[in-house]
Every structure is written in structure tokens, then in C-alpha cells.
Design a protein around this ligand. Sequence first.
Ligand SMILES: *[C@@H]1O[C@H](CO)[C@@H](O)[C@H](O)[C@H]1NC(C)=O
Ligand SMILES: *[C@@H]1O[C@H](CO)[C@@H](O)[C@H](O)[C@H]1NC(C)=O
Length: 355
Amino acid sequence: MALLKRSSPSSFSPVRYISLPGLVIWVMVTYIAVDLGMHLSSSEHGRVHKQVMKELQSSLASRFAEKAAAEDESKLLRLDGEEDEAARCNSVEAHMDVFEGQARKPQDPWNQLKWGLPPADCRVKGHLIERLDPLNNYRRGVALGFTTDLDDKTQIEHWFLGTKEDLNQARRRVFIDLGANYFTSSVMWFMHRYPCDFTEVHAFEADPTLFKFPPGWDEERNWVEPERHGWAKIKSRAGHVPSWLLSRIRYYNKFAGVIDNASSVNITRFMKHELKLKPEDTVIVKMDIEGAEWPILREWIQDPDMPKLVDELFVELHYWHPDNNWESVKQWTREDATRMLADLRLKGFYAHYWD
Ligand SMILES: *[C@@H]1O[C@H](CO)[C@@H](O)[C@H](O)[C@H]1NC(C)=O
Ligand SMILES: *[C@@H]1O[C@H](CO)[C@@H](O)[C@H](O)[C@H]1NC(C)=O
């Protein structure tokens, strides 16, 4: 019973068995053991550290290799994507990816909230470009009820090539305005809105009552007699045109066409051989020439030089449309116009409707 009692845990107290010198020895032994342990572990740690670093390096290397492989794969996928797109977009029909014939979605932000257009399925010059919408392409802002301004061009501004590439890098930056009309709605609109500082402007307007510069045109003489040649209208709508810009403008009182004669200029010859334009120049062309665009564009889609010379093309294709009812261009249908624009894009012209 006594033995049982003594060994019972409740009555055991270690302090009773430890004397003071014993405690000192115990503390010292413990200290030495801990110190030795720490020493060993630090050299151990050195080995462990090296080992860990080795593992880390090899794991990083393998992770880098994995990442590089993944990047290669995604590049390949991207290339595949580009190849897919190139294959898919290798026809006029692919570029005729239009809204027409499709029922309008009840909630369509592009037609109900936004003025612009969604991107087309096929890129041109490697860039996204607006989808064609032949149903509403004629005066789009007005057709959709966003504005009453017949000259409104808001929908085109989202898609300027100059917002995707820095066209100011070129030494020669040329704007060619075929059918310059009123100076303000065309030349000045581009000077105001287009993100490029043009070094040359070549403006063709066959109708002198629309756009006529007196000989020796300069700022002083042009603005002082506003009654002459409709200058009052020009002055009130254009505001100030600085002299440095005036000095860059050349005006041609001629038709832009495919042949040279007293009243017409072969515009392809003019661009290639007179202006001597090169692919490295920035060249923006706007064309609104009442039906004369058809023979010019038919030549351009056959001429592989032209999409290299022309960076961006804005063209009003004249055809019969229920909204304009132009009898004089009845031989061309909306389908012809869409097909021509799609063909231009297929051939590499970054081309938009201008109307
Ligand atoms: C010049 O050619 C155009 C066709 O591009 C024609 O309409 C015009 O009558 C011609 N003018 C002269 C003066 O021959
Ligand atoms: C117009 O100019 C182009 C380019 O120089 C040329 O190939 C074409 O034959 C010219 N057209 C006519 C009718 O002379």
C-alpha cells in the first residue's frame, strides 16, 4: 500500500530529488547541449540551404522552361489564329460580313446607343476595322436618329488608321481630297479631326462654285472680300485657317478620273508619277466624286501597288439607295457597293464608307 502511495503521481515531486549543485550541473549540461545543437544545426543549415537553393534553382529553371514552352505554344496558337483568320478572310464574301438581312436585335447598342459600328470579322492591314452596315451606312448618324447634321461623320472617327499607327512618323504626310466640295466639310474636317499633321494637301474640286481659290490665294486676300465665290459661307464655317496650313494646300479645278484631258486627271498616274508617292509616305485619300469612283476603284483593285501607296481610303460609293433615290447612279446597287468595299479591303485597302 505504502509503495503504491509513494509512486502515485499526485504525491511525486521532482524538486524533492534535486539538490542545488545538481541543479547547477543540470543547467550547464543543458546549455552545452543547446549550444552544440545550434552549432551543428547551423552547419547543417548551410548544407540544407545549399540543397534548398539547388532545388529552388532547378525548379525555377523548369518553371521558366515551362513558361517559355507555354509562351511558344500561345505564340503558335496566335499564329494559328492569324493563319486561321488569313484563311477565313481570303475572299470578298468574308469581308462582306454585314448586318444586312439580319433581323435587328431588340437591344443592339451599336444601333441604339453608339454611333459607331462593331468590329468586322476580318482585319485589314493587321488592324480591326468597322463592320459594314449597308442598311444604315448612308448618313448613319441621321439614319439612326442621333443627329440632324447631314455632314455628321462621327461613326468613322473610331476607326481612323491614325489612332492605330503613328502616321506622323513618315516624313511626307499627304492628304488627297477628291471632290473637296466646300472647303470646310471636307479639307477642314480632316485637318481638324484626323490625327495626323499633314505636310501636303491636294484637293480636287471640279465645280468652281463649290471650292474656288482665286489665283495667288493667300490669307489676307482670301478673307477680306467675303462676298466673292461663296467665301462668306466658307469664312463663317471654317473659322481661322493659319497661313502655315494654307501654304501646304494645292487646289486643282479638275475632275479626278482614269484619263488625262483638259478637264480630267488620271489620278493613278498623278499619284504615282507626279506626286511620286512611295509606300513609306503617309497617304490618306478621300473620294466623293459622284460616280467617277467606280472606274478608278476597279483599276485600283487590279493594281497591287495601290494598296501599298494608300494607307487609308474614305470613299462615297454612289449607288441607288432608297434614302437618296439618285437616278443618275441607278446602274449600281447597294450590293455592288458593299462588294466593292469588301474587295478593296481584301486587296489591303483600309477602306471605309464616306457618306
Ligand atoms: C475628259 O474626260 C472625261 C471622262 O473622264 C469626259 O467626261 C470629258 O468630257 C473629257 N473632257 C474633254 C475636254 O475632253
Ligand atoms: C493612268 O495612269 C496609270 C498609271 O500611270 C496607267 O497605268 C494607266 O494606263 C493610265 N490610264 C490611261 C487611260 O492612260
